[in-house]
Design a protein around this ligand. Structure first.
Ligand code: GMT
Length: 373
């Protein structure tokens, strides 16, 4: 198949999932055409069967806000025709699904341009249901040829929020368990966490929804009981605050800010606990990557994370502002080697259920279904 993919190319779960999907499809012999304003950061080397088409945004004095979504529509139409695409797959509803809908209208019925929209979370929970986008999000979902959600929670929330008659399919996020796997040598090699210390890690785009303040508070309390360090990976709006508070709390030698990292496997392998106490998480793909490396997760019970992390089995889930329970759960795991080992085993076992080999074929089948519909 020839598949077009549009996503946000920057640090964020939807872009990561879209990129990994493209890589997996290309590996299976499909031709994948990424259409965006930049090469997605995960597509950081040459991949056979992967092409990139840049959307140029023109600056003009009349435009206070250059209309990227319109240029994207035109680029989708060009690539659809020149590459002979079979299907277009857009990740994150706003504005990508709206651009794809416009492309469909530009090309007309005879072109057979069909598009699938994958909803990732904040495109429904924060952006999509904002009054300035609500009607558009609803329209785009209803007019996509196919719709997928990354969890049952997100599907239900979409149905509860919008008037949708279209069938919504759940296709879970996935992880390459042959790449994300435990290697104890990584900790020694990196030497970020010393032998007598335990590592706590969080990876995100540092948006308010991630509750970075709570993460630092929880770690502060863990530190009082456990000789440990916190690894923070990624960047975003809350990063400056996190650095400031770390400085004020005199924890600069205990909390590492590593910025964006393409390969987080050695960092996960230096860690014993993954923290994700977000306000809400539609799936939590970073938590799945941690589980795959045998790292238990302590996180939020709001949203779809509970479809990935089984409370009491491979981690613990609580209300994101229940700092006491989140801290006690973390200390419980970190201070109890047998529990840590057991949860680490269960974490890996859980991740294997979301392996690329199981999930990616579901997308391929769905593409075929929509193309033939
Ligand atoms: O986590 C973010 O804020 C980024 C966001 C995105 O759309 O880029 O992530 C969402 O999509 C990920 C991939 O499907 C999910 O794993 C995340 O749970 C989801 N984030 C939220 O729901 C907050």
């Amino acid at each position: 198949m020839k598949i077009g993919i549009t996503c946000y190319p920057t640090y964020g779960g939807s872009g990561v999932v879209a990129s990994e999907l493209g890589i997996e499809l290309a590996k299976r012999g499909h031709e994948v055409h990424f259409i965006s304003y930049e090469v997605p950061f995960k597509i950081n080397k040459y991949y056979k069967n992967i092409y990139f088409h840049e959307v140029e945004v023109i600056e003009y004095p009349l435009f206070k806000y250059p209309p990227y979504s319109l240029s994207l529509s035109v680029k989708m139409a060009e690539v659809f025709e020149s590459a002979g695409l079979d299907i277009m797959h857009v990740h994150y509803a706003i504005p990508h699904a709206a651009s794809a809908y416009l492309t469909q209208r530009i090309l007309g019925k005879d072109s057979n341009f069909k598009f699938i929209t994958t909803l990732h979370g904040t495109d429904i929970t924060i952006v999509g249901n904002h009054s300035s986008f609500f009607k558009l999000t609803e329209f785009c979902i209803e007019n996509s040829n196919g719709i997928t959600c990354v969890s049952n929670y997100l599907k239900q929330l979409t149905l509860d929020t919008f008037q949708i008659n279209k069938e919504i399919n759940v296709i879970y996020n996935f992880v390459d368990t042959s790449k994300y796997k435990r290697n104890k040598l990584d900790k020694e090699r990196l030497n970020l966490i010393k032998n007598n210390e335990l590592g706590v890690i969080h990876i995100s785009n540092f948006r308010p929804v991630k509750k970075i303040r709570n993460i630092i508070e929880i770690f502060c309390r863990i530190r009082k009981e456990i000789n440990s360090k916190l690894i923070l990976v990624g960047d975003g709006p809350e990063l400056a605050y996190a650095k400031e508070i770390t400085h004020k709390l005199n924890l600069c030698d205990k909390i590492f800010f590593l910025g964006r990292k393409d390969n987080v496997v050695p960092l996960l392998n230096s860690s014993n606990l993954y923290l994700l106490p977000s306000k809400s998480e539609s799936f939590g793909v970073s938590a799945l990557e941690a589980l795959s490396c045998g790292v238990p997760v302590v996180g939020t019970n709001v949203g779809g994370l509970k479809e990935v992390v089984k409370h009491g089995i491979c981690g613990y889930l609580y209300d994101p502002d229940d700092i006491d329970s989140l801290t006690n759960a973390s200390i419980n795991i970190l201070s109890n080697p047998d529990l840590m080992e057991k949860m680490s085993y269960e974490a890996r076992k859980t991740a294997l259920k979301f392996d690329t080999k199981i999930i990616v074929p579901q997308y391929i089948e769905y593409y075929k279904k929509i193309i033939n519909s």
